[in-house]
Design a binder for this molecule. Structure first.
Ligand code: NAD
Length: 484
C-alpha cells in the first residue's frame, strides 16, 4: 500500500479491515495540506474487536507456548524489514508529519534499533530466588501483563510505536496501537511488516481513528491491562482517569519545557550549535525540545549572537527537500503557537528572531514558522512555562550556578536538561540538583540512544521508556513459595 492509493485498512487479528461504520478520515501532508491517504475512522466497535483478538491471542496456547528466544528472532526480523524498507518509511513519515527526510530516516533507523534491542532481551527476563527458610524454595517470575494499549502522538509516530510495542512484545504481551489521527501511516506500515513475519495473528493490532473515539474506547476498555501514552498533559490526565476505573498501570510521557543551561566556561560555539538543533528538530514538535535557553549573564550577548546567526541561516522548506525546518503539523498547531507568540508580544517580550509565518514557494498552504527566539520574558509567564511545540526558544540569563538551577527547575515539567560547562565538578553538582528524567552534559540527547531510560519528573509524566527500565512496564511480578 502506498500513500494516495485510497482508503487504507486497519490491522486487527491479522486481518486488514475497514471500520465497522465504513467511515474514513483524511490524512494530509503538512507541507501543502494535500490529502495523501484516507484511513478508517475506528470507533468503539473496532476497539472491541481489536482488544478481543489481542486477549484471545494472549491466552492462546500458541502464544503462551511461544518460546522467548523465538519472540526475539521475530522481533529481529521486524528490525531487518524496517531497514529493508527504511527509505519508504522515511518518506511516509515525512509526508505524514512534515519533518525533513533526514529526520525521517533517523526515525526509521531508531525504530529498527528498538526492535533489535528488545529482541535481545526477550529471553533474558529473569526472576530471583529468595532465601526464607531451609525447607522453602521461594522464587519470583516476571510475567507479561497481558493486553497492552499504546496511544501514539503525531510527532514521532514510527519511533514511539516501535519503542513501546517492541518492549511489550519482547516480554510476551499482545498489543493494540492507536496511532494519532493525523499521522497513522507508518503505524500501518509496521503492521504490514509484522504480517510478513511468523508472529502469531492478533499479537500486533492497529486501530486508526480519533482520540475521543477510538482512543477513548481503548483506554476505557476493561480487558486492557496496561496503557502507554505519549502526548499532552491534558489528554494524559484523561487517560489516567480512565486507567483508574480499571485499576491498571500506565506509563505517561507528557512533554516538557526543557532548558539548556550554558555557563560562560563552556565551548560556546559547540553549545550554540546544539541549542539551535535541540529546538528546531521536527520544527520544535519534540517532547524533549530544548525550548528554554538559560545563559550566564557575562556571555549572554555574545552567545545570543551565535544562536541568532545560526537561526537566521536555517533553511525552511518541504520535508522531502530535506531543509533544516519543515512545517508544523497543522493549522490547529500553528494557531496554538501563534496564541503563545501573541501573549509574548502583549507582555512586551523582545523577538530576537522570527515570530512570523514563513512562506515557502510551492507550499503556500503549509504552516511554516520562522525559527523564533524571544528575550525579556517573565520566567513565570505562560510562554516561559508551557510547552509551545514549535521552533520557539525563550531566553533567560543567570548570575550564578544556584540561580541557573532554580530557573531550570522552575516549570511544571522535568523531562530533559542540557548542561554546558567545562567544569566537571559543576556539571555533576548541577546534574544532581536538576529535577528532570535525563541530564545531558556537553551534549543534548546522546544521539537519541535507545538504551537510555527516558521519562519525566513532575508533569512530564512517570514511568520510564527506552532501555532495560521499560521492560518493567510490561511485566508483573509473581512470587511462588514451595514448601518441601
Ligand atoms: P493529544 O495528547 O490530544 O494526542 C495524543 C494522542 O492521544 C493521539 O493519538 C490522540 O488521538 C490520543 N487521544 C486524544 N484524546 C484522547 C482520549 N480522550 N483518550 C485516549 N486517547 C486520546 O495531543 P494533541 O491534541 O494532538 O496535541 C496538543 C499538544 O499536546 C501539542 O501542542 C503538544 O504541546 C502536546 N503533545 C506532546 C507530545 C509529546 O511528545 N510529549 C506529543 C503530541 C502532543
Amino acid at each position: 500500500m502506498k500513500a494516495g492509493e485510497g482508503m487504507k485498512r486497519m490491522y486487527i487479528g491479522g486481518e486488514w479491515r475497514e471500520s465497522e461504520t465504513n467511515e474514513g478520515l483524511p490524512i494530509r501532508n503538512p507541507a501543502n495540506q494535500e490529502v495523501i491517504a484516507e484511513v478508517p475512522r475506528g470507533r468503539k466497535e473496532d476497539v472491541e474487536q481489536a482488544v478481543g483478538m489481542a486477549r484471545d491471542t494472549f491466552e492462546s496456547e500458541e502464544w503462551q507456548a511461544f518460546p522467548p528466544d523465538e519472540r526475539g528472532r521475530v522481533l529481529n526480523e521486524v528490525a531487518s524489514k524496517i531497514r529493508r524498507d527504511a527509505e519508504e518509511i522515511a518518506k511516509l513519515e515525512t509526508m505524514d508529519t512534515g519533518k525533513p527526510i533526514s529526520q525521517g530516516r533517523n526515525d526509521a533507523e531508531a525504530a529498527a534499533r528498538y526492535f533489535e534491542y528488545y529482541a535481545g532481551m526477550a529471553d533474558k527476563i529473569l526472576g530471583e530466588t529468595i532465601p526464607i527458610q531451609a525447607n522453602i524454595l521461594d522464587y519470583t517470575v516476571r510475567e507479561p501483563v497481558g493486553v497492552t494499549a499504546h496511544i501514539i502522538p503525531w510527532n514521532y509516530p514510527i519511533q514511539i510505536t516501535s519503542r513501546s510495542t517492541a518492549a511489550a512484545i519482547a516480554t510476551g504481551n499482545t498489543v493494540v496501537v492507536k496511532p494519532a489521527e493525523d499521522t497513522p501511516l507508518t503505524g500501518l506500515k509496521l503492521a504490514e511488516l509484522m504480517e510478513e513475519t511468523s508472529l502469531p495473528k492478533g499479537v500486533f493490532n492497529v486501530v486508526t481513528g480519533y482520540g475521543r473515539e477510538a482512543g477513548d474506547a481503548l483506554v476505557h476498555h476493561p480487558d486492557v491491562n496496561h496503557i502507554t501514552f505519549t502526548g499532552s498533559v491534558q489528554t494524559g490526565m484523561a487517560v489516567m482517569e480512565a486507567a483508574s476505573k480499571n485499576v491498571i498501570p500506565i506509563t505517561l510521557e507528557l512533554g516538557g519545557k526543557s532548558p539548556n543551561i550554558v555557563f560562560k566556561d563552556s565551548i560556546l560555539d559547540h553549545a550554540a550549535d546544539w541549542v539551535v538543533k535541540s529546538v528546531i528538530q521536527n520544527a520544535g514538535q519534540t517532547c524533549s525540545a530544548g525550548s528554554r535557553l538559560l545563559v550566564e549573564e557575562d556571555v549572554k550577548e555574545i552567545f545570543i549572537d551565535k544562536v541568532k546567526s545560526r537561526m537566521l541561516s536555517l533553511k525552511i522548506g518541504h520535508g522531502l527537500e530535506d531543509p533544516d525546518l519543515g512545517p508544523v503539523l497543522s493549522r490547529k498547531q500553528f494557531e496554538r503557537i501563534e496564541t503563545f507568540l501573541n501573549v509574548a508580544r502583549k507582555e512586551q517580550a523582545i523577538f530576537l528572531t522570527g515570530g512570523e509565518r514563513a512562506l515557502v514557494e510551492g507550499c503556500e498552504a503549509g504552516y511554516f514558522l520562522q525559527p523564533t527566539m524571544i528575550d525579556q520574558l517573565d520566567p513565570h509567564s505562560q510562554v516561559a512555562q508551557e510547552e509551545i511545540f514549535g521552533p520557539v526558544l525563550s531566553v533567560f540569563s543567570f548570575q550564578n550556578e544556584e540561580e541557573a538551577i532554580k530557573l531550570a527547575n522552575d516549570t511544571p515539567y522535568g523531562l530533559v536538561t542540557g548542561v554546558w560547562t567545562e567544569n566537571v565538578g559543576r556539571a555533576h553538582r548541577v546534574a544532581k540538583k536538576i529535577r528532570s528524567g535525563q541530564v545531558f552534559i556537553n551534549n543534548y540527547g546522546a544521539g537519541g540512544g535507545i538504551q537510555m531510560p527516558f521519562g519525566g519528573y513532575k508533569k512530564s509524566g512517570f514511568g520510564r521508556e527506552k532501555g532495560l527500565e521499560a521492560l518493567r512496564n510490561y511485566t508483573t511480578l509473581k512470587n511462588v513459595a514451595l514448601k518441601m
